[in-house]
Design a protein around this ligand. Structure first.
Ligand code: ACO
Length: 159
C-alpha cells in the first residue's frame, strides 16, 4: 500500500443533490441503464484527494443482513496504489456499522484482477449468475482477452 497517498485521501457520503461521478461509475459498470436503476436506492461514497473525487463506491442494501457493493472504481492514474483495497475495507466497516452480516460484490468471469483483490480481502465466490453480461448488456464486453459472460457473486461474512 502507498501509505503517503492513503494519508492524503478522505472518504465521505455524497449528498443526493451533488453531481454523480459518472466517469468513475461507468469505469466499473459500462451500463448507464444498470447504474440508473441502483443509484436512486444506494449510498454513494466518494474519496477525495486534493479537492478532487478520485474514487468511489456504491452501497445498496439488499435486506437487513446483506449489503452489496454495486460499484467501486479508482481513477486511472491512481490505480494500483492500494486505494481499492482501502475502499473495500471502508465499505466493510460501514456495512458492519449498519448491522449487516454479509457484504457482497459481483464481478465478471473475465475480471481476473478484481477477483484476485476481492478474494484477498476476504470475499468468497458464493454464486454465479450465468450469462448475466451476455443477456443484460447490449454490446459484448472483453477484459483480459476474455468475454465477460457471467457475473460471479462474492460474499464476505462480517462477524
Ligand atoms: N488487475 C490486476 N491486479 C489488480 C487489479 C487489476 N485490474 N486491480 C487490483 N489488483 C491487485 C493489485 O495488484 C493489488 O495486489 P497486491 O495487494 O498483491 O499488491 C491488489 O489488487 C490491490 O490493488 P489496489 O491498488 O488496492 O486496487 P486499485 O486501487 O487499483 O482498485 C479497482 C481496484 C477498484 C478494481 C480499480 O483497479 C478500478 O477502478 N478498476 C476499473 C473499474 C473496475 O473494474 N471496478 C470494479 C468492477 S466490479 C464492481 O464495481 C462491483
Amino acid at each position: 500500500m502507498n501509505i503517503e497517498i492513503l494519508q492524503n485521501i478522505s472518504t465521505r457520503l455524497l449528498n443526493k443533490d451533488e453531481t454523480m461521478p459518472y466517469g468513475l461509475l461507468l469505469d466499473a459498470d459500462p451500463s448507464m441503464e444498470a447504474i440508473s436503476k441502483y443509484l436512486p436506492s444506494s449510498d454513494v461514497y466518494v474519496t477525495i484527494s486534493e479537492e478532487k473525487i478520485v474514487a468511489c463506491f456504491v452501497l445498496y442494501t439488499i435486506d437487513a443482513r446483506t449489503i452489496e457493493i454495486k460499484n467501486i472504481a479508482v481513477t486511472d492514474s491512481l490505480q494500483g496504489k492500494g486505494i481499492g483495497k482501502f475502499l473495500l475495507r471502508q465499505a466493510t466497516q460501514i456495512a458492519r456499522d449498519k448491522g449487516a452480516v454479509f457484504l457482497t460484490i459481483g464481478t465478471s468471469n473475465a475480471s481476473i484482477g478484481q477477483l484476485y483483490l476481492y478474494q484477498k480481502e476476504g470475499f468468497e465466490i458464493t454464486a454465479i449468475k450465468h450469462n448475466f453480461f451476455s443477456e443484460h448488456y447490449p454490446e459484448p464486453i472483453f477484459e483480459n482477452g476474455i468475454q465477460c459472460r457471467h457475473m460471479l457473486m462474492l460474499t464476505k461474512h462480517l462477524s
